[in-house]
Ligand binder design. Structure first.
Ligand code: ATP
Length: 650
């Protein structure tokens, strides 16, 4: 419904697109019951709406019926009193119908807003419980669309579709009843006349709709050409290649097509109204004729007023009949919307709290993996028979080639995913038996992709512990080696980090997220070292922060740099989803295995690179300018080093 905006207003909004036809939901009793279950909490208000709709529909018809009285009793009967009485009554009834209409709109909107409020909350809750897998496989745009436009669409279903069904059915039923009550022959004739003006309008609507679509497509094409050729780089290309004439012709051609389609569409509109007017006037004429025949030839007791009332009521049936014929499409669309929303609600929550949770007395942060197999997608195993344990208070560095499964291993600890085989324990208990809140409280992760909310540093820190005092926050910043940076900022802790923390450097962001995790004070700290290049100063600052922290608590580091690896008590080498080696740097470096290879190809190399980068940094800050070798004391060992470096590079 949403997203087809341009198709809604016109007469053509009542035809389904091919796409919609294909995506038609199966309207089952269960679906309808479920839709109505959202109305349940508001059933009292809903009944009030029905009453209001009924009363205002009936009141809306009364003036037509009173016209008969005005004519027969007032005008033909030449009774001034009656004339004025019925006129005033007519007016009062119309006023009342409109006032009730306002009240009905209010209650209707109120119900619709409350239902969407409930649905949005329910959806948000549900999405919050969805697993990491859900967010990595679903497009973020889709998720947001469900939350916003689809649920908004649901709201218009309630305010428009339901109301339309109710009010049109009531109006139609009442008008027909009133017609039959007046004269059944005329009423039957009236019913036969209705298709006369319904069919042509629907036909015209269809034609117009397809023309609107074609014109819209041409219009999109025109816009495309404009965007391409009138943009800064586009026009440059056109100029440089001398394609002005060719582009002009292309534009003119589409423009001409759009013009012709627009004329056709506008004219279809005229035809539409012409047909509508002609046919709507045939109906009343036929009724007048039939009424006349009945009155004059068959001596019926029909009065002039009665015939006028019948004609007026016939006119009132046109709209409801037309709308009710369109309802099927609206109803389909509405159900499609609901089922899209329900599809989301029905996605199973993969990571659930255990039914009988086990809560350990104290948390030490110890972790063990026992024969763990895991795959993100069926048929592609990411972890194979991973077994290792990490004692309380110790630290372990996980190393391995990119894509070997390091992050996957740590994802299993806070249950971002569950292993398909084997057991992961935390604090000695299978993670699937621990309350999720316990697990998430005691496991702290500093991920590679640091996420900061758009707000101040303070707000980001308080996210970990809303009760943290200023002193605690500053202390965490000191320990995360970010204090100096914060102190150097004019606004201090209130410095804004920008959208996703983009106003900060990668290193600053990571140190703030270390401070944030320190405030959370988990018993197990997981640090996923950034693979992206940070400059050596940022890196050493992170290093300085991390080292003492991992000494004081159980930690797992995914390490890409030798210095981080060396900071850990032990090393776990992962390759192709398997743990292939385990030991200290000393044990592994000369063992001739994967670690030796990694050391030779990556870490050592990286180390040299880091050293060189540090030296280059020193060169830059020493005031040295090429060509005039002027640093303060060329004999200082440090400067000697610089000189060598420079010579070497030259
Ligand atoms: P890096 O050092 O580059 O971060 P890694 O060792 O941490 O790599 P993982 O992120 O654990 O590697 O990925 C292991 C394998 O699982 C890779 O082949 C990766 O493509 C795949 N993978 C990771 N995340 C997902 C996901 N959400 N869905 C499907 N496959 C995934």
């Amino acid at each position: 419904m949403q997203g087809h905006g341009r198709r809604m207003g016109g007469p053509g909004g009542h035809y389904m697109t091919e796409e919609e036809k294909k995506a038609q939901p199966k309207i089952t009793k269960a679906l309808v019951t479920r839709v109505f279950s959202y109305l349940k909490p508001y059933w009292k208000q809903f009944i009030l709406v029905i009453v209001c709709i009924a009363v205002s529909s009936i009141f809306g018809l009364l003036p037509s019926i009173l016209t008969g009285k005005i004519i027969d009793d007032g005008l033909i009967g030449r009774n001034m009193e009656m004339l004025i009485f019925y006129i005033v009554l007519s007016f009062a009834v119309t006023l009342a119908a409109n006032l009730i209409g306002v009240a009905e709109s209010y209650i209707n909107i109120w119900i619709a807003q409350h239902i969407t409020f409930d649905m949005r909350n329910q959806m948000f809750r549900h999405l919050e419980r969805m697993s990491q897998r859900f967010f990595t496989t679903n497009n973020q745009g889709d998720i947001i669309t469900r939350m916003t436009s689809d649920i908004d669409g649901v709201q218009s279903v309630i305010t428009d579709t339901f109301k339309s069904i109710l009010s049109n059915t009531i109006t139609l039923a009442f008008a027909l009843a009133a017609m039959f009550q007046k004269n059944w022959i005329m009423a039957l004739l009236g019913i036969c006349v209705i298709p006369l003006f319904i069919i042509p309008t629907r036909r015209a609507g269809k034609v117009r709709w397809s023309l609107t679509n074609e014109a819209q497509a041409a219009n999109d094409q025109v816009n495309g050409i404009l965007n391409e050729t009138l943009s800064v780089s586009g026009q440059l290309l056109v100029k440089l290649f001398g394609k002005e004439e060719q582009e002009y012709r292309r534009y003119e051609e589409v423009n001409a097509r759009m013009m012709k389609l627009n004329i056709k569409e506008r004219m279809a509109g005229r035809w539409f109204f012409m047909i509508l007017r002609t046919f709507t006037s045939i109906g009343p004429m036929l009724l007048y004729l039939a009424g006349g025949i009945l009155m004059m030839r068959y001596d019926s007791d029909l009065t002039v007023g009665d015939i006028t009332v019948l004609v007026a009521l016939l006119g009132k049936t046109y709209m409801p009949v037309n709308s009710l014929l369109n309802i099927q499409v609206d109803w389909m669309r509405s159900m499609a919307l609901f089922s899209r929303v329900f599809d989301y609600f029905d996605m199973p929550v993969e990571i659930k709290d255990p039914e009988k949770p086990v809560t350990p007395q104290t948390s030490t942060g110890e972790v063990s993996f026992s024969h763990v197999d895991f795959s993100y997608e069926p048929g592609r195993q990411t972890l194979k028979d991973v077994t290792f344990s990490l004692e309380a208070g110790k630290s372990i560095a996980i190393v391995g080639p990119s894509g070997s499964g390091k992050s996957t291993i740590i994802n299993l600890i806070p249950r971002l995913y569950d292993a398909q085989k084997g057991v992961v324990t935390f604090d000695g208990v299978d993670v699937r038996q621990l309350p999720l809140s316990y697990l998430r409280e005691h496991v702290g992760v500093v991920s590679q992709e640091t996420y900061l909310f758009n707000g101040s540093i303070r707000e980001n820190l308080l996210y970990a512990d809303p009760d943290a005092t200023e002193e605690e926050m500053l202390d965490a910043c000191r320990r995360a080696n970010i204090y100096d940076f914060i102190a150097s900022q004019e606004a201090g802790l209130d410095t804004l980090v920008g959208n996703r923390g983009l106003k900060l450097s990668g290193g600053e962001k990571q140190r703030i997220s270390i401070a944030r995790v320190l405030l959370k004070d988990p018993t197990l700290l997981i640090f996923d070292e950034a693979t992206s290049a940070l400059d050596s100063i940022s890196e050493s600052k992170i290093q300085e922060a991390i080292e003492p922290i991992i000494k004081e608590r159980t930690s797992i580091l995914i390490a890409h740099r030798l210095s981080t690896i060396l900071a850990a008590d032990e090393i776990l080498v992962v390759k192709d989803g398997c743990v292939v080696e385990r030991g200290t740097h000393h044990d592994l470096v000369n063992a001739g295995g994967v670690y030796t290879e990694l050391y030779n190809t990556q870490f050592q190399h990286k180390d040299e690179e880091e050293e060189q980068a540090a030296l280059r940094q020193k060169v830059a800050s020493s005031g040295y300018t090429e060509g005039e070798n002027t640093w303060d004391d060329p004999d200082l060992p440090e400067n000697k080093e610089l000189k060598d470096l420079l010579m070497g590079r030259k």
